[in-house]
Structure formats: structure tokens, C-alpha cells
Design a protein around this ligand. Structure first.
Ligand code: HEM
Length: 511
């Protein structure tokens, strides 16, 4: 064996150490340069946005003027709507909530921004939901009048009063199933039922039936279906992506989120199962199969998948969170609950919407609850100003600015509502404090992009609330900390599912 002198080893090691040193020095240099460049660029962008940007004169948090991550952080906390409402109280009607984002709390902005002749279109906020793939944009994500118009006309027919009369018997069957389900549940738990959960079961089951001709069977099984878990679990991620929509543009290059994929897989399977039945039975799906009467356009199968997802997301958590809030306000205001009981108990005819729409106090209670706690409070209303800008109440807003109007802040504004934070259904009957400006009721938004499911929502709300009052005496679980209800509702575009433990006592029904 040849022996290598020790000095050679020493030379090799020294050479290696030198190379390593050079590599590390070079790396540090690059990292330094990179970090320095980032720091330098961020500083100059920050200084520009704060002191030279076209929105520099608008008040708002310092962080918001520098970066969208300010809003992102508020969304992670689930109280963006509240933070923005507080900022309006401090700064007035116009608040800068991002480098290129303004939030406006003024009624005269509503028509200018949302009206049918408004030059403002939907902004980049809406790209977040389709994750950089516009071919999966459903009606609500269409940003132009041209892309939106034909889809909306199909939806308008699907949810018109005549169609609703066809759906009502199906909705009423689910109301009966809901009453049975909570009766069973209350027998297991000393009368206590988490109504927030059961309202979600109800609305998902109804929407599943109207979209796919088959419910999720949650009311029968008393168990949360995976579909509901995914929709509710994904809500926060969706709200965050929408807040910084450029994240969506990198999605096509990333592996798709499994949760979202499985949502669409599920919808696709149900659509394939439903298609052979065509326009029978009459449900929302049967209308979505028809062509638009004006442009003769029709949905492709892929588009039908996403419209069904829109139908279920749009119609489930919104309505269930409304039901929970109506129940919460009634049970925390026993004198109002008694008034509603008197109205419902005085009538022993069939509880259907044609009759219930004429019950003044019931309708006032529903409107007042949604005024105080709208299920969609902040997001979803984002528009972008046209290149020439717009003027609201004498204030010029430059072009290409994202502009939002949150329903919560307008519906709690004392300029439009007397005692704005109090639950006073009487105001809707002309007996409450002034002012009472119905134009400042933005629960379903306003204009051509406003909620297409509003009448279906009211039908469900009236039917469920009246059926509960007739079937049960109810009160909040005495062990429940009432003050935790409102803070527990996190703002993730649609309010998160409520936990509302209620003690239900079946009422003696007349024979
Ligand atoms: C109390 C219950 C509901 C509330 C508070 C509510 C609220 C809203 C709001 C604020 C918008 C406008 C969103 C935007 O500007 O992007 C909207 C749009 C929409 N809602 Fe509802 N909604 C409710 C129930 C429903 C129901 C039951 C359905 C389904 C049948 C539904 C389907 C839709 C659809 C499809 C859109 C998009 C409309 C379009 O862009 O043309 N909503 N909803």
C-alpha cells in the first residue's frame, strides 16, 4: 500500500476550507445584495405609497397605506368589518384600508358604486375565489356586465317568485325534518340543541336538494357531511386569498388545494348524476339547464359544476347564520319574542310564505336582525373605479382604485338609523326611533350584482322562524355565556357558523 505523506492531507484540507470560505462569502454577498435590494425596494415603495400616492390624503391606519398585509392581518382575526366600522367612526366617510383600497361609508356612494349605470366594475378581489382560472368563474365572480348579464338572466328566472312557488313544498318538507331532528337531539341532551349547527344542516340540505335533486341527509343523520366541513373550513383561506388577489394568479402553477378540488369533484359527480333527469323535477338546476332568452347562451357542463357550488355556498351559510342571529336576538329580548309569539299563535292556518309574508312583526324581526348582524358584512362588495375616477359627495376618488362599502358600517350608522345598535323591530313598522332610512339596508347588496337568492332566503327565514315559534318554547341554555355570541361570529366573507345552545320545550299543539 502506498503511503501518502501527511503534508498532502494538510494541503488538500486547506484548499477545501478556502473553497468553502469563498463559496460562503459569495453566498453571503448575494444574500446581502438580495436582502438589501428587497429592503431598498420596500422602503421606496413604502415611501411612495405613504407620501406620494394618489390616495395619500385619505385617512386610515399607517400600515394599511403601506401594504395589503394590514387587511390580511385583520381578516386572520375575523373582525375586518368591525375594524373598518371603528375606523369610520374615527375618520369619517372615507378610509384608506390598503395602498390602493378605500372603504366608503356614505349612502350616496351606494348608487354611484353599485347602481345599474355605475362605471365601477367588480375588482380583482373576485379573482381570489376562482384561483386564477377564470373558466371556473360562476355568476357572482363575473366582473363585466357582458359576462355576468346572460348568466344572471338565467338565475333570475330560476329564483323568480313563480319558481319559488314550485320549490316551496320541498322547502317545507325540510322545515318538518328540521323540527323532527331538533326534537330528537333535544331528547338526548336534556332539551339543549346547538341551533347554529342544525340551521346549517337545514340550509345545506335544502340547497343540495334544489341544486342536485338530492340533499346531504344531514337532518336525518344528525351528522356533518364532508361537503359542509369543506365549505366552512375553506372560508377563511378564501377570504385571505381574496384580500391579496395576486396570490390567486400563482395558483395555476401550484398543486391545487385538495379541499377545493374535492368540493368541485363532489359537485361534478352530483351534476353527472342529475343531468339525465333534465328539466324534471323542477329545481334550480332544471332552470340552469335552459338557455338565456336574449343571447341564447347555455351553461357547459363544467360551468354547471361551478354554478352549483355557487348555489350551495351562496345559499347555505348566509341563511343559516341569519336564522341563528334571529333566534339570538329574540331570546335575548324576551318582550320582542312574546310579541312575535302573539302574532304567530293568533293564527292557526297553514304556515306558508304567501301567508307569512303578511305577518308584519315576523318580517320586522327578520329585517332588524339582518340589519344588526348581516351575514355578509364587509367583503364581496369590492368594485374598481373607472380610469377617469368618480366623485362621491364632492370627494374625488382617482381611477383604478378598489372601493368597498360594507353593509355592517352603513347599517350601524346613526345618520341613517336611530339607536343604530339596538334591536328594535318596531322601526320597520314606523313605530321606532328616527331616522329609519331603508335605503341604508344593504344586506343583499344593491344593483345588478346584488343577491339573486333574496326571495328564497326570506321564504326560508319566514317558514323556519314561524314553524319554531309554533312548535317550541325556547330559551338560551342558562349555562351559555350570551356575550360570546357576537364575537364568536368570525367574518370570513360570509359570517362563520354560530354556536347557539338553546333549550327547546315542545308546545302543546291544538288537535
Ligand atoms: C340571508 C341570506 C342571504 C344573504 C344575506 C345574501 C347576501 C348576498 C350578497 C350581499 C350578495 C352580493 C355579493 C357581491 O356583491 O358579490 C349576494 C349575491 C348572491 N347570492 Fe345571496 N344572500 C343570501 C341568500 C342567498 C340564497 C338563498 C342564494 C341561493 C339561492 C343566494 C345566491 C346568491 C348568488 C348566486 C349571488 C351572486 C349574484 C350575482 O352576482 O349576480 N344568496 N348574496
Amino acid at each position: 500500500m502506498v503511503s501518502i505523506p501527511l503534508c498532502y492531507y494538510g494541503a488538500v484540507v486547506t484548499a477545501l476550507v478556502r473553497i468553502l470560505y469563498r463559496v460562503i462569502t459569495l453566498l453571503c454577498h448575494f444574500v446581502d445584495l438580495f436582502a438589501w435590494n428587497i429592503l431598498k425596494d420596500s422602503l421606496s415603495v413604502g415611501i411612495y405609497r405613504r407620501f406620494f400616492h394618489r390616495l395619500r390624503h385619505f385617512p386610515g391606519p399607517f400600515g394599511a397605506s403601506l401594504t395589503k398585509f394590514w387587511a390580511f392581518y385583520q381578516v386572520t382575526k375575523g373582525n375586518y368589518f368591525k375594524t373598518v366600522a371603528d375606523l369610520h367612526r374615527e375618520h369619517g366617510d372615507f378610509v384608506r384600508v390598503g395602498p390602493r383600497e378605500l372603504d366608503v361609508c356614505n349612502l350616496s356612494a351606494v348608487n354611484t358604486v353599485f347602481g345599474s349605470t355605475s362605471p365601477c366594475l367588480k375588482g380583482a378581489w373576485y379573482d381570489g375565489t376562482h384561483m386564477g382560472d377564470p373558466s371556473t368563474a360562476h355568476v357572482q365572480l363575473e366582473k363585466t356586465h357582458e359576462g355576468h348579464g346572460w348568466k344572471r338572466r338565467i338565475w333570475d328566472v330560476a329564483l323568480a317568485s313563480k319558481s319559488l312557488r314550485d320549490y316551496e313544498p320541498r322547502v317545507l318538507r325540510y322545515v318538518d325534518k328540521l323540527l323532527d331532528a331538533v326534537k330528537r337531539e333535544s331528547q338526548k341532551n336534556d332539551g339543549v340543541v346547538d341551533m347554529g349547527l342544525y340551521f346549517s344542516f337545514f340550509t345545506f340540505d335544502v340547497m343540495g336538494d334544489l341544486a342536485f335533486g338530492e340533499s346531504f341527509h344531514m337532518l336525518e343523520d344528525g351528522k356533518t357531511h364532508d361537503y359542509m366541513k369543506i365549505v366552512q373550513g375553506y372560508a377563511v383561506a378564501n377570504a385571505l386569498i381574496c384580500t391579496i388577489p395576486w396570490i390567486a394568479s400563482i395558483f395555476p402553477w401550484l398543486p391545487k388545494l385538495e379541499a377545493v378540488e374535492s368540493l368541485y369533484r363532489f359537485a361534478r359527480k352530483r351534476v353527472i348524476d342529475r343531468l339525465p333527469f333534465g328539466e324534471k323535477p323542477t329545481d334550480v338546476f332544471s332552470y340552469l339547464l335552459r338557455e338565456d332568452r336574449v343571447t341564447k347562451q347555455k351553461y357547459t357542463q363544467k360551468q354547471l359544476d361551478v354554478e352549483c357550488v355557487a348555489l350551495i355556498i351562496g345559499g347555505s351559510d348566509t341563511t343559516s347564520s341569519s336564522l341563528a342571529s334571529i333566534s339570538y336576538f329574540l331570546m335575548t329580548h324576551p318582550e320582542k319574542l312574546d310579541k312575535l309569539k302573539a302574532e304567530i299563535h293568533a293564527y292557526d292556518g297553514p304556515l306558508d310564505h304567501a301567508n307569512l309574508a303578511k305577518f308584519p312583526y315576523l318580517n320586522a324581526v327578520i329585517k332588524e336582525s339582518l340589519r344588526l348582524l348581516p351575514p355578509i358584512r364587509s367583503g364581496m362588495m369590492h368594485r374598481v373605479t373607472p380610469p377617469e375616477g368618480i366623485t362621491i359627495e364632492g370627494t374625488f376618488i382617482p381611477g383604478n382604485v378598489n372601493i368597498g362599502i360594507g353593509s355592517y358600517e352603513v347599517q350601524h350608522d346613526p345618520r341613517y338609523w336611530g339607536k343604530p345598535d339596538d334591536f328594535i323591530p318596531e322601526r320597520w313598522l314606523g313605530e321606532g326611533p328616527e331616522p329609519c332610512d331603508r335605503n341604508a339596508y344593504l344586506v343583499f347588496s344593491y344593483g345588478p350584482f346584488s343577491c339573486v337568492g333574496k326571495h328564497l332566503a326570506y321564504m326560508e327565514l319566514c317558514n323556519v322562524v314561524a314553524a319554531f315559534i309554533r312548535a317550541f318554547d325556547m330559551e338560551l341554555d342558562p349555562k351559555y355565556d350570551v356575550s360570546s355570541y357576537i364575537p364568536s361570529l368570525k367574518d370570513a366573507v360570509i359570517s362563520s357558523r354560530a354556536y347557539l345552545p338553546v333549550v327547546l320545550k315542545p308546545r302543546e299543539q291544538k288537535a
